[in-house]
Design a protein around this ligand. Structure first.
Ligand SMILES: *Cc1c(COP(=O)(O)O)cnc(C)c1O
Length: 360
């Protein structure tokens, strides 16, 4: 792979220039999809459950953006499960109230089984979060959270966690490395659902972990690579290739979607059918609470023509859903909350669709 993603280049350039074959005469500009299970012996690649150059293209770019070593996983949950597995059985984990519901389910199950002790804290309360790190082995951050869009003071919580010897993992799916770089704030591991903004076209399910050297010198990258190799749930080369293709346009997609979201968040806040807008001031996610009941919110979602009524987020197409329609969504999410992932469509078309749906 090329090393054109040097430290002086801006992120918008790195997503374009990184992860390419060396520009030698006759080599392809785009790294091909490597469909093989094995490699001729005595090279860098041995077996395709361990390494695949199609993964490496994506990992080079993401690692450059986050400032660490990236590893692609079969899904966001595969990356999250591998990261939770970095701490031994019996460890205490500090986690935010209302994280991504898959993360909450894995931690709650480990707690119920007696494998981990989980302390749920309101991470927007920095002092309470810092106090909760006493005796912890792992501090889990998600900022902004899904779907309440709460943010936390990453450097302040990381400092307290490291003072107590805990490792810090941050789910950076909603912010992306263009808005927030947790490793630069001291976090040890970043996890992503690559399914969302990084691939950006609602056509693959993938995940990633990115690690930086820890203050204690643990080889977290090596341990995560081993977890991927031995867990065996590896990404498919075709999905990895699609994710790299999507990542090339991350900067233009997010710039456009974020501009749309800022305009829509301000207009929604002034709409008589909207009781509350949650919008962190950056990124392209908005959670709105409509007036009335959960059934009213459900009717609003169904009344849109352009905005897709579907789960997931971070694609070029706008989509929304009422989160409490799922039995596993915690009661901390209001019944009338609709999570809106703003896409890259024309903002006036989106506003017309939103106002039409809200009036229905
Ligand atoms: C979607 C999501 C996940 C899970 O990722 P998958 O790719 O669906 O496995 C984890 N964290 C956040 C914040 C998400 O939005």
């Amino acid at each position: 792979m090329s090393h054109s993603e040097g430290p002086t280049l801006q992120p918008a350039t790195r997503v374009v220039a990184g992860g390419r074959p060396r520009p030698e005469p006759g080599t392809p500009l785009v790294a091909p999809i490597t469909l093989t299970s094995t490699y001729t012996a005595d090279g860098d690649d041995v077996y395709a459950r361990d390494t695949n150059p199609t993964w490496t293209a994506f990992e080079d770019i993401l690692g450059s953006l986050e400032g660490g070593q990236a590893l692609l996983f079969a899904s966001g949950m595969a990356a999250i499960t591998a990261a939770i597995g970095l701490v031994p059985t019996g460890s205490t984990v500090v986690a935010p109230v209302g994280p991504y519901n898959g993360t909450a389910a894995v931690l709650a199950a480990a707690h119920a089984a007696g494998d981990l002790a989980v302390r749920w804290v309101d991470m927007s309360d920095t002092a309470a979060s810092q106090a909760a790190t006493v005796g912890a082995g792992l501090v889990w951050l998600e900022s902004p959270t899904n779907p309440l869009l709460d943010t936390c003071d990453i450097p302040a919580i990381v400092e307290a966690a490291h003072d107590r010897g805990a490792i810090v993992v941050c789910d950076n799916t909603f912010a992306t490395p263009l808005c927030q770089r947790p490793l630069a704030d001291g976090a040890d591991v970043v996890v992503h659902s690559v399914t969302k903004y990084l691939s950006g076209h609602s056509d693959v399910v993938l995940g990633a972990c990115v690690t930086a050297p820890t203050p204690h010198g643990d080889d977290l990258a090596g341990r995560l690579a081993r977890a991927r190799l031995l867990g065996g749930a590896i990404p498919g080369p075709t999905e990895a290739w699609l994710a790299t293709r999507g990542l090339r346009t991350l900067s233009v997609r997010l710039t456009r979607a974020s501009r749309n979201a800022a305009i829509l968040a301000a207009r929604l806040a002034a709409h008589p059918r909207v009781a509350r807008v949650r919008y962190p001031g950056f990124g392209a996610m908005i959670s709105l609470e409509v007036t009335g009941t959960g059934a009213d919110a459900e009717r609003v979602c169904r009344a849109a023509h352009l905005i897709s009524r579907s789960t997931s987020l971070g694609g070029v197409e706008s989509q929304w859903e009422r989160r409490r329609r799922y039995a596993e969504e915690p009661p901390s999410t209001p019944d009338t909350l609709i999570r809106l992932s703003v896409g890259i469509e024309d903002v006036e078309d989106l506003w017309a669709d939103l106002t039409g749906a809200l009036q229905a």
